[in-house]
Design a protein around this ligand. Sequence first.
Ligand code: NI
Length: 183
Amino acid sequence: MAILKLRIVPDPFLRAKAKRITRIDASVQRLADDMVETMHHEGGLGLAANQVGVLRRLIVIQIPEQDEEPRVLINPEVVEATGERQVEEGCLSVPGYRGHIFRSESVRVKAQDRHGKPLKINAEGLLAQALEHEIDHLNGILYIDHLKRHEDLWKIEANEEDGVSPAPAPQPEVLTPVEVSVG
Ligand code: NI
């Protein structure tokens, strides 16, 4: 396994649409393993292939204290999104910033696992947030695109960045300064 180089804005890979994976071969397996290692190394909850300069539809997610194993999702798609809530979010590819945006309360995602087997996930909370964030990456979308007001984005100190606290996502009325580096 290897730690891959993380792409940072304004890298064009972050604005490109990733291609569907039609054949799950050893190179895809290796990419998944390397992305998991890179996610752990960077202290994120998730990572999309665009962020390591690969335009293929593959994401990895691991929510601390919730997912015992990392999730590897190939060709993930949001098939249903319900509700809306305000969340605090950051991205490994947009270092030094955090913002308040709106995400769905719950999502249904279909994908394939690392062996190509179809799977469905019903998610809410931080997992739903991470799924939307990472699937956005595959479409060249960053969380900063969802900002509604300029003042919803703020700078953070460098030492705050690596903290990944799986605190419950803040409710609109309780905007605690939790640190959610989604990835
Ligand atoms: Ni991200």
